[in-house]
Structures are given as structure tokens and as C-alpha cells.
Design a protein around this ligand. Structure first.
Ligand SMILES: [Fe+2]
Length: 387
């Protein structure tokens, strides 16, 4: 009865403004926080797409100055967070606005944590390690997938150890998420596919998580339905604004689900992989998803059956093992429909890397809520299957 409604459940979420043009309210929100100087975090790609200037101008229209920080890598690094803290403090900023994908948003969370609490970002790895409240965070996502704009996660790359650290705390749930589907129009098809599959993985992992409950299930299942029905069509026709909005809504719901139910082995193994080889997060998840479903299935058959039904697969008159097979096939088909065929070996992973990858995945926080408890050898076998 781990999912019974009588179990106490907590659900955290930012204030959310969803819809075309939501980004334009950024000035109002910064003003309502009493901001005089905003620390505006983004990355070079988002700046080139024009969204950074768009947001800066909206702040300026409210008479709010901004200090721009764009030295953020695709997997944000500890030294970038610390450089951001230095600039934030030197410029005496008072509110943090992030515009971009998961990387600028996670970096912005890191800057907020250290600017308020001192020390080094690595000191805050783990669950609930942040004592002091961080500056107000206003996030504007430009991808439909990572959901750092609604989640209590921050993932930072430790280049020295070639690993990603996870920070999980209510303190890093943004105050405001301005979720504007228009901003995702500048994603290329590969990014749309990777971030969309990341969102699907969030929803699936949240639904089978040992931390799942009624407050998260409804969002997880809605997300699975929305992404399944709309992601392939959006990749086929990137100008379809209705599909774009539906995928963004699915991503947001997946984010609300996983932020509160936490994740599982796909993310634990993907964090390990992304830290080791600096690969795109969504691609890492995509290469692992069906193999983790196959591994976990034994211990969460009822939950995977509901997922199969939500994906509109026929489950009547099918044995549990048949449902397992059609579900795995469906996930592979969905990935292929959006153009993702990659395997770990094609990305440079070798058999000799697997013990170290598995060791780091086993130390990742996301493994704690995976429905099937696993040891290092188990994870090694799943990586092997994905080679
Ligand atoms: Fe993710």
C-alpha cells in the first residue's frame, strides 16, 4: 500500500504562469520582489536565439537593471557556479532570473545556494543540506523537458571527479516559473527529441518511484499521455504551436511529478554517464530507458501496466510478460519516431567503463526511489544491455 492516499504526502511547486507570452511578466515579478538589480543567467545558445535580450528588455521596461552571466556549459560545472557567485556578490544583485534549458537553471540554483549560504557548491550535495533561504528565483525555461523550473533538484557537474552531484531541497524550488511555449520554438529537432524523451522518463520514473502517491500520479499519467500523443508530431512539424504547447504542458506535469516523487535508475545511471562523458542528459536517458524498464518490471508490474494503458497499448488478454514486451517495444518505437537510435557504444562507452559507471550510479540519490532495489552488478548488467 505504498501509494495509499492515507500516507502523508508533501507536494511543493512554484507559482506558475503557463502560456504564450508568460515570459513578458518577468519585470512585474522582479519588481514585486523589490529587485533593484537582477542576476540574469543564460547560455550562449539561448542568447543567440534572442531570448536573453527579450527578457533583459522586459526587466529594463520595469526600470530594473540586470547583470548578465552566460558562462554556462551544457552540463553546468562547479567552477561556473562559483564564478557566478563571485559576480552576483560583486554586483550586489538581489534576485536571480534564469532563461534557458536545464543548464542555466541549475547553475542559477547553485549561485543562489552559495551566495546565501557561503562555502562551495560541493558542500551542498544531498538531500536538505541548505540552511538559509536563497534569493528569489524566477525561471523561464526554453526547452520542454528538464523541468528545473518547477523542481527541487539541481544537478551540477564535478569535473575533477567526472561525476554529477544531485542537490535536492525545497530551497531550490523556484519562486516563479514563467512557462512560455513560444520560447521552445528555437529548439532544433534533436534538442526537441532529447528534452521530450527526458520529460517522458521523468513521468515514467515518477510513476513507478517508491515515493509516488496520488498527488504525483495524476501529473505523471497526464504527462505520459500528452508527450506520447504530441512529441512525434511536433518533431515532424516543428511549426505546430498547439503540439508545442501540449509537449510543454506535459513536460511541466512530468516535472511536478518527479520533483515530488523523485526518480529512479534511469536518472541515476544517466547522471553517472553524463558526468563521465559529458553527453546530453536527454540522450543519456533515452539510451537507457527500455533497459531499465526491462530490469524494473518484475517489481512494479501493476504500475507498468497502467503506464502501458496510458500509452494506449492493449493490455486485456495479455499476460504480464506480454505487457512487458509491448511496453519495451513501444518505448523503442517512440524514440525512433523522434530520431533517437543511439547506443552507449556509439557514444564511446566501453565495457571497461562499466564498473566505474555503475559504482557512481549506485551512489546517486535517484537510485533510492527505484522500484527494484539494485546492487552494482545489477546496474552493470543494465549498462551492458544498453551498449
Ligand atoms: Fe531528467
Amino acid at each position: 500500500m505504498s501509494n495509499a492516499i492515507s500516507n502523508l504526502r508533501k507536494f511543493v511547486s512554484p507559482e506558475i504562469i503557463f502560456g504564450a507570452g508568460a515570459r513578458k511578466t518577468v519585470g512585474n515579478y522582479a519588481r514585486s520582489f523589490g529587485s533593484k538589480k537582477v542576476f540574469l543567467v543564460s547560455d550562449p545558445g539561448v542568447a543567440a536565439a534572442g531570448w536573453l535580450e527579450d527578457v533583459r528588455a522586459a526587466l529594463e521596461a520595469e526600470g530594473i537593471e540586470s547583470v548578465i552571466f552566460t558562462q554556462v556549459s551544457p552540463n553546468p560545472r562547479t567552477d561556473e557556479v562559483m564564478q557566478g557567485v563571485e559576480l552576483y556578490q560583486a554586483e550586489q544583485c538581489d534576485v536571480i532570473v534564469a532563461v534557458g534549458g536545464g543548464s542555466p537553471m541549475d547553475c542559477a540554483k547553485g549561485v543562489g545556494i552559495v551566495s546565501a549560504n557561503g562555502g562551495h557548491i560541493l558542500n551542498y550535495e544531498g538531500i536538505d543540506t541548505i540552511d538559509l533561504p536563497i534569493p528569489p528565483l524566477i525561471f523561464i525555461p526554453t526547452t520542454a523537458g528538464t523541468s528545473a523550473d518547477v523542481s527541487q533538484f539541481a544537478i551540477i557537474s564535478d569535473q575533477n571527479e567526472r561525476v554529477k552531484i544531485s542537490i535536492v531541497s525545497k530551497a531550490v524550488v523556484p519562486d516563479v516559473a514563467l512557462i512560455d511555449p513560444e520560447t521552445t520554438a528555437t529548439m532544433d529537432n534533436f534538442l526537441t527529441a532529447c528534452t521530450g524523451v527526458d520529460a517522458m522518463v521523468h513521468a515514467i520514473e515518477a510513476f513507478v518511484s517508491t515515493g509516488a502517491g496520488p498527488l504525483t500520479d495524476m501529473h505523471a499519467l497526464d504527462a505520459i499521455r500528452l508527450i506520447n500523443k504530441n512529441l512525434p508530431q511536433l518533431v515532424a512539424n516543428p511549426l505546430d504551436s498547439e503540439r508545442r504547447e501540449a509537449v510543454m504542458l506535459g513536460s511541466m506535469k512530468a516535472g511536478l511529478a518527479f520533483s515530488n516523487a523523485i526518480l529512479g535508475a534511469v536518472h541515476a545511471m544517466s547522471h553517472s554517464l553524463g558526468g563521465y562523458l559529458d553527453l546530453p542528459h536527454g540522450l543519456c536517458n533515452a539510451m537507457l530507458l527500455e533497459h531499465v524498464i526491462d530490469f524494473n518490471y518484475r517489481d512494479a508490474q501493476d504500475r507498468y501496466k497502467v503506464i502501458a494503458e496510458t500509452l494506449e497499448l492493449e493490455t486485456h488478454n495479455r499476460s504480464s510478460q506480454e505487457i512487458r514486451r509491448v511496453l519495451v517495444d513501444k518505448v523503442i518505437n517512440l524514440k525512433q519516431e523522434v530520431g533517437l537510435y543511439q547506443t552507449l557504444s556509439q557514444q564511446g562507452v566501453k565495457t571497461t567503463d562499466l564498473p566505474q559507471l555503475s559504482e557512481k550510479a549506485l551512489a546517486d540519490l535517484c537510485i533510492l526511489t527505484n522500484p527494484r532495489s539494485s546492487n552494482q552488478r545489477d546496474l552493470e548488467v543494465v549498462y551492458e544491455e544498453a551498449l
